[in-house]
Ligand binder design. Structure first.
Ligand SMILES: NC(=O)c1ccc[n+]([C@@H]2O[C@H](COP(=O)([O-])OP(=O)(O)OC[C@H]3O[C@@H](n4cnc5c(N)ncnc54)[C@H](OP(=O)(O)O)[C@@H]3O)[C@@H](O)[C@H]2O)c1
Length: 387
């Protein structure tokens, strides 16, 4: 039997966190959860620590540390903030980054710099820090496996391709998009979209931020940047195809016209298990398709006029440097403002566009540079939201 792999699950109390825990429960002989971290849901974090006998727990501030220390007792080592995430990211063979947003950056960088397997759900850190992540990936033994279902699908499709830099035998990557809750809506209907409408995703159940990103199609824009950074393929060879059933999770088109796709029912446990089990596939029916009844698959181009977020993402990719970090930071602020009822749905992408209009070219030479750029983009986005 293969040896037990230790796992750190950072962002344990969220949607990806819950589904990762489900995989770990069913694979308790193969994996040992040794470290967890979360944000505000302390009762849930403590319950996970107890259930899995976790001895290393990360929280976001000193008050949370005091609360959890009382709850869990002296045998549990509690760490705080970004430094805590950095420490926990060194503690396991596999580090699952399921933290939300730019706060996940220390996890991505540390896991790779320490030669760990990084199972990455947190796309924002990769998008913002692409050049820094690229350097960290060259650490001996470091590996990066994508949990995002589209990128996990592409990873599987590319397995049939010789791993040559830039994949010269690949014509393009085809990222599928469900189209979100507003597929087919006119611009005037979109102007009246509510929070309830936006949170009502047709095929996936996810955290609030990515659900809103899916409604604006910014999620797909971010995924274009993510695919380019992950596979080293320029964005002009990454296309988006709307596929409302969310069965084909993405495709790779080769130069001879062949297209390879990965199919399953929408269930995040499948890509999570793929990233944990690699090179073995874990034996479960998650996502399995039933071909005994009719199954319809349809594809259509995205409506780029109604959903300008996709074009903004391509533009940020072409600008390079810190532009993707600005895009992602501005989007985080705008989505949080929408969820807090401070702006309308239709203003989310407007805020991002206005921040990007003021982008000042920066090659993104260092981590300090990235943090400064992130802060500038956030400040500008807050300014626009407040005006
Ligand atoms: N959900 C999906 O199906 C899906 C699919 C593909 C990719 N992703 C990506 O996966 C990431 C997580 O998404 P999600 O849907 O799971 O989000 P979510 O449900 O909102 O969960 C986010 C997690 O991050 C934690 N967190 C927030 N701020 C933190 C901080 N400063 N330090 C430590 N932990 C912090 C939250 O803790 P509390 O809840 O305790 O506050 C929670 O555990 C995102 O980058 C998303 O784009 C998600």
């Amino acid at each position: 039997m293969a040896s037990v792999k230790t796992v750190a699950l950072l962002g344990a109390t969220g949607s990806i966190g819950a589904q990762t825990l489900d995989v770990l429960r069913q694979e308790s002989d193969a994996f040992d959860l040794v470290a967890i971290a979360g944000g505000e849901q302390l009762t849930q974090l403590a319950a996970i620590a107890r259930e899995f006998h976790v001895r290393h727990v990360g929280v976001t501030n000193e008050a949370h540390r005091a609360t959890l220390s009382n709850e869990l007792g002296p045998d549990v080592h509690i760490v705080v903030g970004a430094a805590g995430l950095t420490e926990l990211s060194q503690r396991a063979d596999v580090v699952v980054n399921a933290v939300l947003g730019f706060a996940g950056l220390p996890v991505t960088l540390t896991a790779l710099q320490c030669g760990k397997r990084l199972a990455l759900a947190n796309k924002e850190s990769l998008i913002a820090a692409a050049p820094l992540v690229a350097a960290a990936r060259s650490t001996p033994d470091a590996s990066l496996l994508p949990i995002d279902s589209e990128h996990c699908a592409i990873h599987q499709c590319l397995a049939s391709s010789p791993a040559r830099e830039g994949y010269p035998d690949v014509r393009r990557l085809l990222l599928t998009a469900s189209g979100g809750p507003f597929r087919g809506w006119s611009r005037s209907a979109l102007a009246a979209a509510t929070k309830e409408d936006a949170l009502n995703h047709p095929t996936w159940s996810m955290g609030a931020k990515i659900t809103i990103d899916s409604s604006t199609l910014m999620n797909k824009g971010l995924e274009v940047l993510e695919a380019s950074a992950l596979f080293g393929i320029e964005v002009d060879r990454v296309d988006v195809v709307v596929h409302p059933q969310s069965i084909v999770h993405s495709m790779v088109e080769y130069v001879d016209g062949s297209i390879l796709a990965q199919l399953s029912r929408p269930d995040m446990r499948l890509p999570i298990a793929y990233c944990l089990g690699m090179p073995e596939r874990l034996d479960h029916r998650w996502g399995a398709l039933d071909f005994t009844s009719a199954l319809e698959l349809s594809f259509e181009p995205p409506d780029l006029d109604a959903f300008p977020a996709i074009a903004l993402a391509y533009e940020a990719a072409r600008l390079g440097g810190a532009a993707p970090a600005w895009l992602s930071a501005a989007n985080e602020v705008a989505v949080a403002a929408f969820l807090a009822d401070q702006i309308r749905w239709s203003a989310i992408v407007d805020v991002v566009a206005r921040v990007m209009d003021g982008y000042v070219a920066d090659p993104l030479a260092s981590l300090d540079d990235l943090i400064a750029n992130d802060a500038t983009a956030r400040r500008r986005a807050h300014g626009i939201v407040g005006s």
